[in-house]
Ligand binder design. Structure first.
Ligand code: FES
Length: 289
């Protein structure tokens, strides 16, 4: 059922003309040097080791489902206590939606192509959801509970559609997943290339047992990470060095070469790293311990 919708969204080229300036605006919010970077890291979930967005969306979703249950209980029983509780969960959902929106639009600012279009429709559907629930709260406060319930039912419908698109973004398009999850480097030392062939200070892509590896030589020290960026799969060998770290060429995630830990997002998960040694002039690697 979803494939035609998926294809339909991808065929809407006008979405790109909306996405382009919107992405530029979102990214401009984080342009304030190191402070801006730290705020973006926080909203991406770099500090958490997991994207923040799916964590914070649970609060409004749970609160608004509770609103439906309490509205139903109020209709059946006529108990005003249920009505007050429904209003409270609705307002809680609206307050929590701010965090979900901030983290979601931040993640979206690093998308492109089909991901960006589906993500934009997901985000706009969620904006519609918030507006519907805000209208519902206004109607309830003005004493028109019937209208309030209509708005919140519409909000729940939009929420479901938006959540569907958000799920598609992750499970079908692979946005936000660990792009090294199915790469498994050797657990015992394996030869990669002669040491003499590795130029100092030049990120170099190599292959070990079918797994792309990034090799870096800084003075006498050798480093090795998976070459595939955990964030969206770009080759880290195309990035640049900053001290003992590598900055991804696609969205600027920065990884410590010593252990793959994330210094700056949007990546949230560490880059797999390798133990490195030199035997008979050959560089050998195995999964880091
Ligand atoms: Fe996005 Fe590397 S692919 S930061």
């Amino acid at each position: 059922m979803f494939r035609p919708l998926d294809r339909f969204i991808d065929s809407q080229t006008w979405l790109d003309s909306l996405a382009e300036p919107l992405q530029g605006w979102v990214n401009s919010l984080f342009s304030g040097g190191d402070a801006g970077k730290q705020v973006k890291n926080f909203l991406n979930g770099t500090w958490l080791g997991h994207p923040l967005h799916p964590v914070v969306t649970d609060v409004p979703i749970g609160a608004w489902v509770a609103t439906l249950v309490l509205d139903t209980a109020a209709s059946v029983s006529g108990d005003e206590g249920y009505e007050r509780a429904a209003d409270l969960t609705l307002a809680t959902g609206l307050a929590a939606a701010a965090g979900a929106a901030a983290s979601g639009w931040t993640d979206w600012s690093d998308t492109y192509g089909k991901d960006r279009k589906v993500g934009l429709v997901h985000g706009l559907t969620m904006v519609g959801t918030v507006l519907a629930y805000a209208a519902s709260l206004g109607a309830r406060w003005s004493g028109n509970r019937k209208l309030g319930r209509m708005w919140s039912n519409l909000g729940l419908g939009l929420l479901t559609a938006g959540a569907y698109l958000g799920g598609d973004e992750v499970y079908d398009l692979g946005f936000g997943v660990n792009h090294t999850a199915f790469l498994h480097g050797p657990t015992e030392f394996e030869s990669v290339m002669p040491l003499d062939d590795l130029q100092p200070n030049k990120p170099t892509k190599a292959d070990v047992k079918g797994v792309p590896i990034l090799l870096v030589r800084i003075q006498d020290t050798l480093y090795a990470l998976d070459d595939t960026c955990v964030h969206a799969g770009c080759s880290l060998a195309g990035g640049h060095l900053q001290g003992a770290s590598i900055v991804c060429p696609c969205h600027g995630s920065q990884f410590d070469l010593r252990d793959g830990s994330v210094i700056n997002g949007p990546a949230t998960m560490p880059e797999p790293y390798y133990d490195v040694r030199v035997q008979n002039g050959m560089i050998e690697v195995k999964q880091g311990t």
